[in-house]
Design a protein around this ligand. Structure first.
Ligand code: SF4
Ligand code: SF4
Length: 147
C-alpha cells in the first residue's frame, strides 16, 4: 500500500487530480449489493452502530457481523447484499462505517486516472456533482477503515 504523500511531495509533483474530482452519490446502492465482499468494522464503529440499533455490541455482533481472521465484517444477505441494506437504502447511514463513508476516495480508486475511471463504471456518482479539492480528497483517503 502506498504511503501518504506529504505537502512537500505534492509541491514537487502534484497529484493527477490536482484540479479536484467530482462526486455526488445518487443513492443507487450498487456499492452495497452484489458479489460477496467485506465491509470492515472497527470496534468503535461496531459500538456506534450497535447503539444506533439499541443493541449491545455483543448482540449486534452476533446478529450482523462475522469474524474474518482477526477482523470483523458485516454479514451479507443471501443475495450478497449488505446485511444493513434496506429497501430505503443504508439502514445505518448516519453511522455507516468509514469504508462506506470514504467511498469512492479509496487509495486504490485514486491511484491513477484509469483507476478512477474504472471505479466510475461501477459507481454512477463518480464524475458528477460536487467538486472535491485534492486536499480534501487526500484527507478522506487517509482515513483508516478499521483498527
Ligand atoms: S455506487 Fe456510487 S452512487 Fe451508487 S450508492 Fe454507491 S457511492 Fe452512491
Ligand atoms: S453499511 Fe450501509 S453503506 Fe455500507 S455497505 Fe452496508 S448498506 Fe451500504
Amino acid at each position: 500500500m502506498a504511503g501518504r504523500r506529504s505537502q512537500e511531495d505534492y509541491r514537487r509533483e502534484p497529484p493527477w487530480y490536482e484540479d479536484g474530482l467530482r462526486f455526488t452519490c445518487t443513492q443507487c446502492c450498487q456499492c452495497c449489493t452484489g458479489p460477496p465482499g467485506y465491509v470492515w468494522l472497527s470496534s468503535g464503529e461496531l459500538g456506534r452502530i450497535a447503539r444506533f440499533f439499541g443493541l449491545s455490541p455483543a448482540a449486534f455482533a452476533r446478529q450482523y457481523c462475522r469474524e474474518v481472521g482477526r477482523r470483523v465484517s458485516l454479514k451479507e444477505q443471501t443475495n450478497g447484499d449488505c446485511v444493513l441494506l434496506t429497501p430505503a437504502g443504508c439502514g445505518v447511514y448516519p453511522v455507516r462505517p468509514a469504508q462506506c463513508r470514504t467511498f469512492p476516495f479509496w487509495r486504490d480508486n485514486i491511484r491513477s486516472r484509469q483507476s478512477w475511471e474504472a471505479a466510475a463504471e461501477r459507481c454512477p456518482g463518480i464524475g458528477r456533482g460536487r467538486l472535491y479539492a485534492w486536499q480534501e480528497i487526500e484527507r478522506i483517503a487517509a482515513e483508516r477503515w478499521y483498527t
